[in-house]
Design a binder for this molecule. Structure first.
Ligand code: SF4
Length: 512
């Protein structure tokens, strides 16, 4: 028997506590994927699997699974981003100290950053997509020895062979705002925004799983009581089979409201937007980032044309889809004046939902490399690299000013007139009930405003914090396992030749 414990680690908050919430805002997508890729037996050995999203654990009972286990146990820390990396290391150190022999850490951070300093210290690292290496990791755990590193040769498979998803249990679904499931019909993005880690994690080639795989996952989700699906692919409108998938969803009357992310070129894809609505889309998230074309060009986001942003709002309104504009403040040429001007233009356009983040050089990205080389990065603690606090020295704005402006943007955008107008809107997706629509049109905006007034970022992970443990409970374990108190800022990891070759094959047409 092999016990497999899959954990999406949380992060340490500013006071060192582990971030946990009574209700999660949105589910992690990687956990169900890895869970669904884990068979009931491997080479005749039964496998018992547990899947945990640490953000929504309101007691520490799950740690018993990695404390003195009676049977061989593999701890997999998955989907680990840079701000969650130290927490992942600590959970692995805790497991090792309590008799778990096999621990592996995977996700954006180990895939894109140099972890050599931490390798060969009893914890393995996964540098590639799970589809390429998970089966091998399971076999090695059964044989009794993990390799120090998996997936060094390449990050991505040429074809996406993802599993049909096994939905979480009803109990786990209840841990979120609504019973939600994330599904990736496609991965990768053809663009080259210099601040973005997606192209380093999933590549520039848009690779998709079969439509039947997505449809079967949707059917399973519906049967399991999932009431909301997040299509977590980064640019749903660049996914070549999107139309076909939507048509099948309409034909089968899947009827689960869903959320998509699109790039700004969706402004010219009315037919797709119309299909989205008919298939049940309730919200479209678009990374508009800035209204300044020069800023966008400097960030290598040339595909964004601010003049077309209003068309997205109009199109979404026409098809009863909430438009969600994501904004970045603190680009190098921003000033307090340009950020206020940005907010003014945004309010004029009046998308239904807006979110704001502080420009953060995410480890592993081109922008991180540039900022690190130029000596701009001031924050040494990886826990802080989550786009909610300043981590680099801005030429025109102090840290305090940036944070003030961030919360100002939230408060002003979600002004009382906006809240009233949004809640009175009669449009709502046909697949969403009146209560669900009210939660999304009024509940979340109200929550965003309230959190901004408390100077807490609304997108931190959920509602109603629960404080159970903190970094201080794990500090000695970290030191013993890895010989350090804090992980130094890493260098980015180079792509291998096969990965570069796959990127090179991206057709220019995809980026036009
Ligand atoms: S379009 Fe979005 S996903 Fe693609 S590189 Fe730019 S920010 Fe990343």
């Amino acid at each position: 028997m092999l016990r497999v414990v899959i954990i999406k680690p949380s992060k340490y908050g500013v006071n060192g506590h582990v971030e946990r919430f009574r209700r999660g805002l949105m589910p992690n997508s990687t956990v169900p994927y890895i869970r669904s890729m884990t068979p009931d037996s491997v080479d005749g050995v039964p496998v018992e699997t547990y899947a945990i999203d640490e953000y929504v654990q309101t007691d520490l009972g799950y740690l018993d699974l990695i404390r003195s286990p009676a049977q061989p146990t593999l701890l997999a820390l998955v989907g680990v981003q840079s701000h969650q990396f130290q927490r992942a290391l600590d959970l692995a150190a805790f497991a090792r100290a309590n008799g778990v022999r096999h621990c592996v850490i995977g996700g954006p951070h180990p895939m894109t950053c140099d972890t050599r300093l931490l390798q060969n210290r009893g914890v393995s690292f996964a540098l590639a997509e799970a589809e390429l290496i998970w089966a091998q990791i399971l076999r090695d755990a059964i044989k009794g020895e993990l390799e120090p590193v998996y997936g060094r040769e390449r990050r991505w498979a040429e074809q996406l062979q993802s599993p049909v998803l096994i939905p979480p249990s009803k109990r786990d679904l209840r841990r979120y705002l609504a019973p939600m499931l994330g599904i990736y019909p496609a991965r990768g993005c053809p663009f080259t925004c210099n601040f973005c880690s997606v192209i380093k994690i999933a590549g520039r080639q848009v690779r998709s799983q079969s439509i039947e795989t997505t449809m079967e996952s949707l059917r399973n989700a519906k049967a399991a009581g999932v009431e909301l699906v997040m299509f977590t692919s980064d640019n749903f409108n660049k996914y070549a089979e999107a139309k076909e998938l939507l048509e099948q969803m309409i034909e089968e009357n899947i009827g689960i409201p869903f959320f998509v992310q699109c790039d700004t070129q969706v402004a010219k894809q009315e037919e797709l937007v119309s299909l989205l609505r008919r298939a049940g889309c309730f919200e479209m998230f678009v990374g508009v980032e800035s209204f300044n074309r020069k800023t966008l060009l400097a960030a290598r986001k040339a595909q964004n044309h601010p003049s077309a942003y209003s068309e997205i709002v109009t199109l979404c309104r026409k098809y009863a889809i909430f438009s969600h504009f994501s904004n970045i403040i603190g680009f190098p040429d921003d000033t307090a004046g340009t950020i206020r001007e940005h907010l003014h233009v945004l309010r004029e356009l009046n998308p239904d939902v807006a979110s704001f983040y502080i420009l953060t050089p995410a480890p592993g990205t081109e922008q991180y490399d540039d900022f690190l080389a130029a000596g701009y990065i001031t924050e040494q603690n990886l826990d802080r690299f989550d786009a909610t606090v300043p981590v680099w020295r801005h030429p025109n704005l102090s840290d305090r000013e940036l944070v003030d402006l961030l919360f100002f943007c939230y408060r002003r955008f979600y002004s009382t007139p906006h809240l009233v107008a949004t809640s009175l809107k009669t449009h709502r997706p046909p697949t969403m009930g009146a209560l669900g629509a009210l939660v999304f049109s009024l509940g979340l905006p109200l929550f965003s405003r309230f959190e901004a007034m408390r100077r807490t970022h609304p997108m931190c992970g959920g509602f109603s914090r629960v404080r159970l443990d903190s970094f201080f409970d794990y500090r000695d374990l970290r030191k013993k396992q890895y010989g350090l108190e804090r992980v130094p800022l890493p260098l980015s990891l180079e792509l291998s030749k096969p990965d570069l070759e796959l990127n090179r094959r991206v057709k220019l047409a995809q980026t036009r």
